[in-house]
Structures are given as structure tokens and as C-alpha cells.
Design a binder for this molecule. Structure first.
Ligand code: ATP
Length: 374
């Protein structure tokens, strides 16, 4: 079922946790609400579950307005970070619990189906304490799905797991969602988790949705500094618009001229305007300044000096100081590594202008880094 939030807000006392929000969560999608602590994502999820009354607006499931329905009357179930399994019941009975409570007599078929879904058949008679964290989480998911909800809400369900198990469970949850085909709404502060699992991600900041889109779209074409910095790393270069053409704008950053496709500018483009020119670190190539003549025409280029190089196996991450900006990040795949690219080397950073994006310079250049990203 499609979930529609229409002008939904939540105010606690004089604090607005969620500003009026319009959101459509398509039927059958894996949808992530992503943001740092306190951005309002859990409150939004709780309003879908019915655990929190909106201060304004309405929540629709398909065509039905469910704003006034209590949680247990909604065809929605929630999996929390603390899975709260019954310790004295085994896996089988934990999963069967919802059906037994409804007075369903023959639970076997459905419980077996759920055990298969989460691949815990051989562990059906174990108690929760005899399971790993990831296995307990799978029991919690099976228990939430057995009543066949139309929507499953997941509130930081992998928060208690260590990194390796989290990665496994991300793939596992995605597989389960594909198998059952119902809408999953997943709350997380982990950008990699949201990008791995979700079809659509709503990035929240300060009680508002900053940007909504498929993971690759958000990553390649961020519209705000928060999204640019919170999803991966971005170089944001302060520049001035020199000329605004129909396809491209010409920018000036220190002594460098940069080209920006107008369709990738998320701010006005008038000669004299300040702008932030963004480029992702892996889009940039490094060439020694002495070899600048080998760089093909038409690429954006800025000069700089390498201040740091970290070898990470598959790639090397460089930090480059440039008149165009301090501490520019460059990630190079280790294919044919130039051993002369070491700290102290004078270099040219260059990239295809098509990878440049333009952001409104009135925003904080560091939004989504540090505290914001906690
Ligand atoms: P976290 O990941 O830390 O849970 P979140 O993005 O899910 O963060 P919410 O739990 O939605 O954030 O909270 C949003 C804001 O609303 C926070 O500043 C929080 O302190 C505040 N808030 C949440 N519930 C209440 C409440 N019952 N009373 C007062 N303020 C609340």
C-alpha cells in the first residue's frame, strides 16, 4: 500500500520536531528515512505507526485516512532496535505469538513459512539467548511479518549489531523485503546502510526532508550542502559566476576557471553571484604539475600541493591544498599508481565538468560534517 503523509507535523511544547511534511512512500518499496540524531526521523515513523499523534496533517494508507486509527488497528507492524523477544519462549513460539494471541488454532503452516523466510528452520527450538544478535533480529522480523502487515516499519533495527553483522543483515533484510514484496520503511542514521538497502531515501535535517531520491541520484546530484556532505564526501569550492550560458556556466575559483552544467546548478546563476562548486573525490584525477600538458582539453582543473596520501589497498586517498580550496579530497583507484604522487608534490586536479554540481553559497559549507553527522 502506498503511504501518503500530507502536511504532517509534530510539535512538542514549543519545539517543532517535524515541520509540515509531504511524503509519498510507494507501494512495495524499500524506503529509508535517513538523518543524524534528532532530525525527526523516528517521530515521522512513529506517526505512521500511530504511536505518535500528528500535530497537523493526515496519514493515508492507499485511499484510507488512518490518522485517527490506533496502532493495533493499522495494517502496520514495527521492528525496533531492542527486538524484545520473549526470553522464555523458543524461536518458534516467539514467531507464533501474534497468531496465537488472535486465537488462530493451526499456526504451523505460517510459522514454517516465516522460519523459511528468515532461514532459521534449524533453530526453531532454541531460546533467544542461544542465538546471535543477527539471528535474534531475524526472529523479530519474522514475528512482525507473520500477521501479514501491509507495511513494515524498522526503527534502527541493526543499531545493536557490530559492523560485519550489520552488513550481512542489510543484505538479508533487502532479500526478505524483495521476497515478501510489502513496503518497508527503515529509519537509520547510517548513510551507507540507507544507500545499500533502499530504493528511495528521504534525507532529513532539522525536522525537514532535505532531499528525496534514489541513492545514486542523491549521491551524484545533491541539492544542498547537508546532503553533499552527509552522503559520502564532497569537495565544495567557493567560486563566482563569471558567465551564465544556456548549457554551461563559467565559474572562477581563485585563478581557476571551472565549467558547471546549468542543469546541475541548484541555485541562481547570474554573473557576479557567489556559488559553491561541488565535485566528489573519486571523480578527480591527479597529474603532476610538470606533466600538465598531458591533460586533455576541456577538463576542469585546479592546481594544488599534496599534503597527505593514505594507501588503502584498493585506492589511495589524497588531501590536496589548492588556492581554490583547502584540503580537497581525491580518491584514486590503485591501477597504475604514479609513485611520484606523494606529500609535497605539486599537482593539477582535473575532472570532467559534467561531474560538477552547483550549490547555494548562502548555506553552511560544512553542514552534515562533524556534529550534524553524529
Ligand atoms: P534519534 O536517531 O536520536 O532517535 P531522530 O531523528 O529519530 O533521532 P526523533 O526521535 O524523531 O529524532 O526526535 C526529534 C526531536 O524531537 C528531538 O530533538 C527530540 O529530542 C524531540 N522529541 C522526540 N520525542 C519527544 C517528546 N516526547 N517530547 C519532547 N521532545 C521530543
Amino acid at each position: 500500500m502506498t503511504i501518503t503523509l500530507s502536511q504532517v507535523s509534530k510539535v512538542f511544547g514549543d519545539f517543532t520536531a517535524v515541520h509540515p511534511l509531504d511524503l509519498t512512500i510507494p507501494e512495495g518499496s524499500f524506503f529509508a528515512l535517513l538523518g543524524a540524531s534528532g532530525c525527526g526521523k523516528t517521530t515521522t515513523l512513529r506517526m505512521i505507526a500511530g504511536l505518535e499523534d500528528p500535530s497537523s496533517g493526515s496519514v493515508l494508507l492507499g485511499d484510507q485516512d488512518i490518522t485517527a486509527l490506533p496502532p493495533h488497528k493499522r495494517p502496520v507492524n514495527t521492528v525496533f532496535q531492542s527486538y524484545a523477544l520473549f526470553p522464555h519462549l523458543d524461536v518458534y513460539e516467539n514467531i507464533a505469538f501474534g497468531l496465537r494471541r488472535q486465537g488462530v488454532k493451526s499456526v504451523a503452516g505460517k510459522v514454517d513459512e516465516m522460519l523459511d523466510l528468515v532461514e532459521l528452520g534449524p533453530m526453531a527450538r532454541r531460546k533467544p539467548r542461544q542465538l546471535s544478535g543477527g539471528q535474534q533480529q531475524r526472529v523479530a522480523v519474522a514475528r512482525a511479518l507473520i500477521n501479514r502487515p501491509q507495511v513494515l516499519l524498522l526503527d534502527e533495527p541493526l543499531g545493536a549489531l557490530d559492523l560485519k553483522l550489520r552488513r550481512q543483515m542489510q543484505l538479508e533484510l533487502k532479500r526478505i523485503q524483495t521476497d515478501v514484496g510489502i513496503t518497508f520503511v527503515h529509519v537509520t542514521h547510517d548513510q551507507e546502510e540507507a544507500m545499500t538497502m533502499a530504493d528511495q531515501v528521504a534525507v532529513m535535517y532539522g525536522g525537514r526532508v532535505e532531499q528525496l531520491g534514489a541513492p545514486a541520484e542523491l549521491y551524484e546530484n545533491p541539492r544542498t550542502t547537508f546532503v553533499a556532505n552527509f552522503l559520502g564526501t564532497s569537495n565544495l569550492i567557493e567560486a563566482e559566476v563569471v558567465d551564465a550560458g544556456s548549457d554551461h556556466a563559467l565559474l572562477k575559483a581563485a585563478d581557476s576557471k571551472l565549467r558547471l552544467p546549468t542543469e546541475r546548478a541548484h541555485t541562481t546563476l547570474r554573473a557576479g553571484d557567489r556559488i559553491l562548486a561541488g565535485v566528489r573525490p573519486e571523480k578527480i584525477s591527479l597529474t603532476l604539475a610538470a606533466d600538465e600538458g598531458t591533460i586533455p582539453e576541456g577538463r576542469n582543473r585546479v592546481p594544488g600541493t599534496i599534503t597527505d596520501a593514505s594507501f588503502l589497498g584498493v585506492s589511495t586517498q589524497y588531501v590536496v591544498n589548492s588556492p581554490a580550496g583547502p584540503e580537497l579530497a581525491v580518491y584514486e583507484q590503485n591501477v597504475e599508481r604514479d609513485s611520484r604522487l606523494i606529500p609535497g608534490a605539486d599537482v593539477v586536479l582535473h575532472w570532467n565538468p559534467a561531474h560538477t554540481f552547483g550549490l547555494d553559497s548562502a548555506q553552511a559549507i560544512d553542514a552534515g560534517t562533524g556534529e550534524d553527522a553524529a
